[in-house]
Design a protein. Structure first.
Length: 461
């Protein structure tokens, strides 16, 4: 009997621990404005922003704030929020909000100090349609991309450009569902759907770093000409190295090149995925992905083999495990590695089974600190980019491999935003640097933060 009692105690303890991994937020137990949550972003300060069909809610870990449409003020374009994207600008942190009736942009220094600009709609901009399904930001090129049922629009702070069947007659599909951006290469991936295998899939195009009007002609990934098994795309996740993950109604795909036919892997319920309709994808750690579907959550761990991805394991979670609802619209990994899950019945926060990593390593690779220099290798000059999450003192130096400072580029206080600094390849005394490896060393310091970051650069003459 003692053994049975001990086993029962251990079982009950394990159940309590499992349950404690999950926290659910509803309108009834929190400041959440609506239970149908379709979008999540986490800003550089760790604040959580939740887009619902009833408005916007923000949570700093202790306090909640809510923002809804008000015809008498400059507020949300519409309460029905489809997607959001975070951006650090020269004005400070901002959130772009895609709604069922236009786009809003908010300055968000904190959850309760928000400034909202006039909504962007077809009547005051060249936005292609007021129903905005998706939004993504290319911080390096200062571009905002908006997906709609009628095509895509790009806004680069000075002008708008539209991609639809009128402006690009070669396009066979314009119903945009999601957008992925690779800032390093300039590639944009626009997921589409309407059930036509030969006409839908992923539209990809490339924008120039130096010429805002230099945009490649759109080209497709679809089920007929690529490794996609389905041309109905509902989610895109971009790895920092430019690899792409695509969620479809038949499973999800991984693609590690920019070539149309090569480098594809596809995963379905046969391999262990909880459901075939994939609606959200996010990276949790090295070789770990979270997959949100219509019928639950999958944790996908894998390893890279000689011939591509080798599946390691799927672990699935549903409402039986503590999930608020099985229909998952969005996923976001917090700075501590925990997972926030947007569902049809509130928000789930999951702290169990999560790979905790340094947030500067992967989930926020371009939120603060150094971005890769370009070009690299270079001759004779290269541009070094970095992002400040808030006003801080900045030192940017060039070091040799012995750790000696050979050139100072920046030593001043700067406001939050993204910066591009040119190194002309010369030393402090004006002499040209020799062929070799150099280090760009960045130090950011304020009352709130201290960041030391570095990248290697190769000069080849």
């Amino acid at each position: 009997m003692k053994m049975i009692a001990m086993l029962l105690c251990l079982w009950m303890t394990s159940v309590v621990l499992l349950a404690s991994d999950w926290t659910t937020y509803h309108t009834s137990n929190s400041g959440l404005v609506g239970n149908r949550v379709k979008a999540i972003v986490i800003d550089a300060n760790g604040n959580k922003w939740f887009g619902t069909d009833q408005g916007l809610s923000a949570f700093d870990g202790s306090n909640w704030a809510t923002y809804v449409k008000d015809e008498n003020k400059q507020t949300l374009a519409d309460n029905d929020i489809n997607d959001m994207a975070f951006e650090i600008t020269s004005y400070g942190p901002e959130i772009w909000i895609a709604t069922a009736n236009g786009v809003s942009v908010m300055s968000v220094p904190s959850i309760d100090a928000v400034t909202i600009a006039t909504p962007y709609r077809t009547d005051n901009t060249n936005l292609v349609d007021n129903i905005v399904t998706s939004v993504a930001v290319d911080e390096k090129r200062h571009e905002r991309w908006f997906g709609t049922p009628k095509g895509a629009s790009r806004f680069n702070s000075s002008d708008w450009r539209t991609f639809d069947q009128t402006t690009n007659p070669g396009l066979l599909w314009t119903d945009i569902t999601c957008i992925g951006v690779d800032p390093d290469s300039g590639w944009k991936y626009l997921g589409t759907k309407d059930g036509k295998q030969e006409s839908n899939g992923v539209m990809r195009l490339r924008t120039s770093l130096t010429d805002v009007d230099a945009i490649s002609a759109p080209s497709p990934y679809n089920a007929e000409w690529s490794g996609l098994w389905s041309s109905n795309i509902s989610a895109i996740y971009m790895d920092p190295d430019g690899s792409q993950w695509f969620g479809t109604d038949l499973g999800f795909a991984y693609h590690d090149t920019s070539e149309t036919k090569a480098g594809w892997e596809f995963f379905t319920m046969t391999e262990g995925l909880v459901d075939s309709v994939v609606q959200a994808i996010v990276r949790a750690g090295d070789m770990v992905m979270w997959i949100g579907t219509r019928k639950g959550l999958s944790k996908f761990t894998y390893k890279q083999g000689e011939w591509g991805i080798e599946v390691d394991n799927f672990v699935n979670y549903t409402t039986a495990d503590g999930l608020a609802d099985n229909n998952i619209h969005d996923l976001a990994v917090d700075m501590d590695g925990s997972l926030w899950i947007a569902t049809d019945n509130g928000i789930s926060h999951f702290t169990g089974g999560t790979a905790i990593r340094d947030h500067a390593e992967a989930h926020y690779p371009k939120r603060m600190g150094l971005v890769k220099n370009y070009p690299n290798p270079f001759n004779p000059s290269t541009t070094i980019s970095y992002i400040l999450p808030s006003r801080a003192h900045v030192e940017l130096s060039i070091m040799n491999l012995r750790g000696e400072r050979i050139r100072g580029l920046v030593n001043t206080t700067q406001s939050a935003g993204s910066y591009d600094i040119l190194w002309d390849g010369r030393l402090t005394d004006g002499r040209a640097a020799a062929t070799g490896i150099y280090i760009a060393a960045l130090k950011i310091e304020s009352d709130d933060i201290m960041i030391n970051d570095s990248i290697k650069m190769l000069m080849v003459k």
